[in-house]
Design a binder for this molecule. Structure first.
Ligand code: FEO
Ligand code: CA
Ligand code: CA
Length: 672
């Protein structure tokens, strides 16, 4: 039986997982690269760009340029919002945010209304799930006002969902969690596919749509690629190793050119349990060789949830191969509600964050992925086959075969893609790799062997098809020591994150090497110790911390969503959405457009094709660090609530609810 002393706080477990460098220390990190890159000769020649110059000359040189704190003129046609934090969301003047979907809202004509005091798994499977993250909009018949919205539901917070649970349960061995509550949690995970239509100013859900669908950790799926059918994916329930059951911890994702949805399984390790209750890195008995090393490298079992207490397949002592069946990119056809989602093992297994896709100049398909852990890596997949705009069925096989590579950032400003291919380099039986299946199942171990660069938590890796570059969002890494910095991760105790810009040669995203530079280093530019690097046009409201999700608008400009977690008191401002110039005089200038209520993370920025609506996902309002806001603080959202966001009624019995908002401009037209 579980001993509560053996459970760590979930945040601590997450920290531990993210913070302990699991990759070898001999790999060169990006911070080393930057320091060596900007030589004295370059400085004297004056050939450095804005970012590099800022890195050399410090924040004062830039911050002083806009000491009055006013936003400078730029290409973004909106008045900047004031930074801050309170119990509501805020939007730049002249815009409107409609609450489109909230946790518990019906998705089907026969779905029960939301009743937080009478939840059930059956009801939840017909309702919008919890903790919305990535959003993709798929036009119907090319329309910008009618389409399918796909939304990930990343995870659940038991203390915020259930009136009877007043505190997080991972600190007490999940003693108050029951099989019934776990079933509800599972039903609240996964993906929602929803038909929506704009009528006048408002968007509405089409409840009787044939497309509406909930995908959960129990939805039947299949697999393809090198690990499909492999012995390490076999279980007693599935000797074929082809019949996967469900998806979980779906974080950021992607949308393919052939209009399918990619959902990324991120912190899958956290869902696994062991009878020994030894969190993070336990080696279950009876597992030898690479499997035990693999468990350790991935932090399995993580014991973040109680699922394995009640469901055998989430207990690694009972079903030791089940963790190998998670940590993949899953492709879903939103236009066929009977389609079977596919886990594409060719894209590797790690804590997947994002799967943004483009068609390369030669027709091959490229997918960029982050592995969100401290010291983890940036990956790229290039398909063997070529995109055919007239053959959707063939396109849906493109992610089945190709080359997975991992990034090494060198100090000379070059980034090299290192192919993860069995029987090449060190990926051989002597080192525990017996097939390409082993390479993709243990992508982290394989990347370790090749000397990839350990990054400061890679979240979205966002290609910009307008200017041809690629942006790597590195959210933070407070455990990087001063002797561990490198040119790509140049700050020790990196509490605020940074963004790297990669440039493929001649627009070839399949090339072996790219050029790279740092676009911005985040944090307050007025505090020299922070080491922030922004364009000097940045206002006192515009700078941000912890970049996480991103999208690119039709003009090739970035929109950055932030996730500071419980560390928002370091900046004194809520998370939000920031427009960020990527080219020209104002390159590297962020501008605040929207901010979330206390305790929330902003996710999933997504424009309609006409740029007229911006969908955003407000995840876990009332959670992170909410106790720190006087008058709001309490561990449970049901206990003495002082806000009911997004239900403003002060008599509401509703807790703050994860929600998707549709943002439009007063009077219509493009957002900015
Ligand atoms: Fe689920 Fe890395 O954010
Ligand atoms: Ca994220
Ligand atoms: Ca995040």
């Amino acid at each position: 039986m579980a001993n509560s002393d053996n459970f760590r706080n979930r945040a601590a477990a997450c920290e531990a997982h993210d913070d302990i460098p699991r990759s070898p220390g001999d790999a060169e990190t990006i911070g080393d690269v930057i320091a060596r890159r900007y030589s004295r000769r370059e400085m004297m020649r004056g050939t450095l760009g804005v970012t590099a110059a800022a890195a050399l000359f410090g924040p004062a040189a830039f911050a002083a340029g806009n000491a009055n704190g006013e936003a400078a003129p730029d290409r973004f046609d909106f008045t900047e919002l004031e930074a801050g934090i309170d119990t509501d969301h805020h939007l730049a003047p002249g815009y409107r945010a409609q609450v489109l979907l909230r946790w518990g809202d019906p998705l089907f004509p026969d779905a029960p209304g939301f009743n937080p005091s009478g939840q059930s798994a059956a009801a939840q499977l017909k309702q919008f799930g919890y903790n919305n993250d990535y959003i993709a909009f798929f036009p119907i018949d090319g329309s910008a006002t009618h389409g399918l919205l796909c939304i990930n539901h990343e995870y659940t917070n038991e203390e915020l969902m259930f009136p009877a649970i007043e505190e997080r349960q991972d600190t007490s061995g999940f003693e108050k969690m029951t099989a019934e509550l776990v079933d509800i949690e599972m039903a609240a995970h996964g993906v929602s596919i929803v038909e929506i239509r704009r009528e006048g100013e408002d968007w509405r859900v089409v409840l009787d749509s044939k497309f509406n669908r909930r995908i959960s950790p129990a939805t039947p799926m299949t697999a393809d690629g090198p690990a499909a059918g492999d012995r390490r994916l076999q279980t007693d329930a599935d000797p074929s190793a082809m019949s996967m059951i469900g998806t979980l911890n779906n974080c950021a994702g992607g949308r393919t050119p052939w209009n399918t949805y990619l959902t990324a399984e991120e912190n899958f390790h956290g869902y696994f349990w062991t009878n020994e209750c030894v969190p993070g890195g336990a080696r279950p008995k009876g597992l030898g060789g690479n499997q035990a090393e693999s468990y350790k490298r991935y932090g399995i079992p993580g014991l973040w949830q109680a699922w394995g207490k009640f469901i055998d397949r989430f207990n690694v002592d009972k079903v030791p191969n089940e963790p190998n069946r998670f940590g993949w990119i899953v492709e879903i056809d939103p236009f066929d509600p009977n389609s079977v989602p596919v886990k594409h093992t060719a894209l590797g297994r790690f804590c997947h964050e994002g799967a943004e896709t483009l068609v390369n100049k030669d027709g091959r398909v490229v997918v960029y992925c982050g592995d969100d852990g401290r010291g983890e890596y940036v990956y790229r997949f290039v398909s063997n086959g070529r995109y055919d705009p007239d053959n959707r069925a063939a396109n849906m096989k493109l992610l089945s075969e190709g080359t997975l590579s991992v990034a090494r950032f060198d100090a000379d400003g070059k980034e090299h893609w290192l192919p993860l291919v069995f029987d090449e380099q060190w990926l051989i039986p002597y080192f525990g790799f017996y097939s390409q299946a082993d390479v993709v199942i243990d992508a982290r171990l394989a990347a370790d062997k090749l000397g990839a660069t350990r990054m400061d938590r890679p979240e979205d890796v966002q290609p910009n098809t307008v200017n041809g570059r690629v942006y790597v969002l590195l959210t933070n890494n407070v455990r990087r020591k001063s002797d561990q910095v490198d040119t790509a991760n140049p700050r020790p105790d990196n509490a605020f994150g940074h963004i790297i810009e990669m440039t493929p040669p001649e627009g070839d995203h399949a090339a072996d090497s790219f050029a790279w530079d740092i676009l911005v280093q985040c944090g307050d530019p007025a505090i020299a110790e922070v080491g922030a690097r922004w364009n000097p046009a940045t206002s006192k409201n515009g700078w941000f911390a912890s970049p996480d999700n991103a999208c690119v608008d039709a003009d090739g400009r970035l929109w950055i969503a932030t996730d500071q977690g419980e560390s928002w008191p370091r900046t004194g401002r809520a998370d939000g959405l920031y427009a960020l110039e990527t080219d020209g005089e104002f390159k590297g200038t962020p501008k605040l457009f929207f901010r979330v209520p206390i305790g929330a993370e902003l996710c999933g920025p997504c424009f309609t094709p006409d740029g007229g609506t911006l969908f955003v996902a407000v995840q876990r309002p009332g959670a992170d660090g909410a106790e720190a806001l006087i008058g709001f603080g309490r561990p449970s959202t049901f206990k003495d609530p002082v806000t009911h966001w997004p239900d403003p009624d002060p008599d509401s019995k509703m807790p703050p609810r994860p929600s998707v908002l549709a943002i439009t401009k007063d009077g219509g037209g493009k957002i900015a």
